[in-house]
Design a protein around this ligand. Structure first.
Ligand SMILES: C[S@@+](CC[C@H](N)C(=O)[O-])C[C@H]1O[C@@H](n2cnc3c(N)ncnc32)[C@H](O)[C@@H]1O
Length: 233
């Protein structure tokens, strides 16, 4: 595939990582889904201590597609009734992978919410790249109305986000949480649907435990009846 770089997203990365580029990459398990992600050839091991500090202070999560996001996209593709014809919120959208997968599968409306303005810029660029429409919100309070489905992939890496499990369940008929960070996840509103393997793109060489992703559902754990919608696949 030809090398396609997004200048605006690359400029955001280069504020902290000189020479880093946001490069268009296919998701191996999602035929036709493309994302601007950190160039896989970027030499992460040659970062100076100062650059490493800058990266840690500004974690560009949006420049990676996390294992949980990929597993969730695969789950939705295999069970598209979860999203077809539905109003969907992708909470902690990062690159936008969850919302883009939902839109491609015929969601009626997709909103992406992320506290990081750069992640919303990445979600917008990736939505355009995939020819889908996604509304952007930086603040959950600005996400109006109720949702048929809320997606949350790899947001519980920060334990301070655990309270969102209840808040999101109160705002949607169903919630799907994809996570590989919490061992012995247990919450009275959520039941486990299964486990799948994946890895972050570009590969961060995370340990096997973080490549094993579980999906949990709140609300009914079976897929809802499909509403009318037009899938792009
Ligand atoms: C590890 S990334 C996962 C991105 C994407 N869901 C995926 O699976 O590839 C986590 C994202 O959640 C966002 N995030 C973390 N806490 C959040 C919060 N309280 N509200 C909204 N977004 C949040 C971060 O800014 C980041 O973009």
């Amino acid at each position: 595939m030809a090398r396609i770089v997004h200048p605006g997203l690359s400029a955001l990365l280069q504020q902290h990582l000189p020479l880093a580029e946001a490069q268009c990459q296919p998701l191996p398990d999602e035929p036709g889904l493309l994302l601007y992600l950190l160039d896989p050839d970027f030499p992460q091991h040659t970062l100076t201590a100062e650059q490493m500090r800058a990266v840690l202070n500004y974690p560009a999560y949006w420049a990676f597609c996390w294992a949980s996001g990929q597993v969730l996209a695969r789950f939705l593709r295999e069970q598209s009734d979860w999203v077809r014809g539905k109003r969907v919120l992708d909470f902690g959208s990062g690159s936008g992978v969850g919302g883009i997968a939902a839109a491609r599968l015929g969601a009626r409306e997709v909103v992406a919410c992320d506290i990081d303005a750069d992640a919303l810029a990445a979600t917008a660029a990736n939505a355009e790249l995939n020819g889908v429409n996604i509304e952007l919100r930086q603040d959950f309070a600005a996400c109006e109305g109720s949702f048929d489905l809320i997606l949350m992939a790899d947001v519980l890496y920060d334990r301070e986000n655990l309270h969102w499990l209840d808040r999101l369940a109160a705002r949607a008929t169903r919630v799907l949480v994809a996570d590989s960070r919490i061992r012995n996840f247990s919450h009275p509103r959520y039941s486990k649907l299964g486990e799948w393997d994946s890895n972050t793109l570009p590969d961060l060489d995370e340990s096997q435990e973080f490549r094993r992703v579980s999906i949990y559902a709140a609300g009914a754990s079976s897929p809802p009846a499909a509403g009318p919608g037009r899938a792009m696949l």
